[in-house]
Design a protein. Structure first.
Length: 237
């Protein structure tokens, strides 16, 4: 079953909108097709518009803005204006950028401009869609190669050494799966039937093993690298 895609309407009256913004019609239609099943699964309606339409359109209950820039530079005046428009109009609504570039400086520029996700188009579609779900749940997504470029990490060492191994317990894998979906420590503790303080201890241990600084970086590393958790979050016996 396909999601509903709305085109060329100035006022949208629909709960739960995913708004795709792209300057090029053909490219916009292609990404809309990729997003169709995802928005249906998330219970959203997809609205695909141009940069020009963004300036005049009004939306009720947007859940996420997806700005597809392709090979254009993020510092382009039109794209900067679009980001400023989104941040001014809906400061609490997440903004995800799709881009052909993985240049660390461009990723940092996007981050400083207030985007919540920078998704390179060299990712496989299932990974990119999983990143969007993570962002909707309150997380942030940036390419690990730029995220970890300033300091060595266990994740990078493993990718450079085929014999590298991360020794994570089943409980730590369960917690990582929960972090991917943006769950709080309290929710994780309740679902795993453990104390919240125990969750905090596990998260600190996971950060040390991965060589990262916070829970968001844990989730990014596990979603985007070849390091994977063992399975879905489940109640411990």
């Amino acid at each position: 079953m396909n999601a509903s895609v709305i085109e060329n309407a100035s006022v949208i009256e629909n709960a739960g909108l995913a708004i795709l913004v792209d300057a090029l019609p053909f490219r916009r239609a292609g990404l809309a097709n990729i997003l169709a099943q995802w928005v249906f699964t998330e219970g959203l309606t997809l609205k695909a518009i141009s940069l020009e339409e963004l300036r005049i359109a009004e939306f009720q209950n947007p859940q996420i803005y997806i700005l597809n820039v392709g090979g254009d530079c993020m510092s382009d005046d039109r794209l900067v204006a679009a980001l400023q428009c989104l941040r001014t109009r809906s400061p609490t609504i997440p903004v995800a950028v799709f881009s052909d570039s993985v240049d660390a400086a461009i990723v940092r520029f996007a981050c400083s401009a207030g985007v919540d996700a920078y998704i390179p188009t060299n990712l496989e579609p299932p990974t990119a869609l999983k990143a969007l779900s993570f962002v909707i749940s309150g997380g942030k997504f940036f390419p690990p190669e730029s995220l970890f470029s300033s300091a060595p990490s266990v994740v990078r060492e493993k990718s450079e050494n085929s014999n590298g191994t991360l020794h994570l317990t089943q409980r730590q894998n369960d917690i990582i799966e929960a972090l991917k979906f943006g769950h709080s420590n309290k929710i994780i503790a309740r679902r795993l039937n453990i104390a919240e303080a125990t969750v905090k201890i596990h998260i600190r241990q996971i950060m040390r093993k991965l060589g990262v600084q916070n829970r968001t970086q844990i989730a990014l590393a596990m979603i985007s690298s070849d390091v994977r958790g063992a399975g879905p979050l489940a109640r411990a016996p």
